[in-house]
Write a protein of this length. Structure first.
Length: 122
């Protein structure tokens, strides 16, 4: 008798974390890269997602106040979308609590960049 390989199903994505397509997908990807960079402690990559140079006084990595290595993105959704940009809502869980963040991502000549972001603790 030949043993069949054991197949482990992939874990289901949390609600609202599935991939989007088109510019909505690019905008969500930009927000994810920004948050992943902050989680990893990579400020240079986080500034790049804001379309800024490291240390740019006009760009703020405000989520550093609560993001740590154990932070998880629990939900991502595109609230609004047009040719110029998208608004992305994200729920984030960290050791400091749960947060709701909103990101506006512009569709510029250099690609998708976050031009506004804000969060609240929930």
């Amino acid at each position: 008798m030949t043993a069949l390989p054991r197949v482990t199903p992939a874990p289901a994505s949390p609600a609202g974390v599935g991939a989007a397509s088109g510019f909505a997908g690019q905008a969500q990807g930009t927000v994810r890269r920004y948050l992943d960079a902050l989680i990893a402690g990579n400020e240079n990559a986080a500034y790049a997602a804001l379309g800024a140079a490291p240390g740019d006084p006009g760009a703020h990595l405000s989520e550093e106040a609560f993001i740590d290595r154990g932070t998880r993105i629990t939900s991502v959704r595109t609230r609004s979308l047009d040719a110029n940009g998208a608004t992305i809502d994200v729920e984030i869980a960290s050791s400091h609590g749960s947060y709701f963040a909103t990101y506006h991502v512009s569709n510029g000549a250099a690609g998708a960049v976050i031009d506004q972001h804000d969060y609240i603790r929930i």
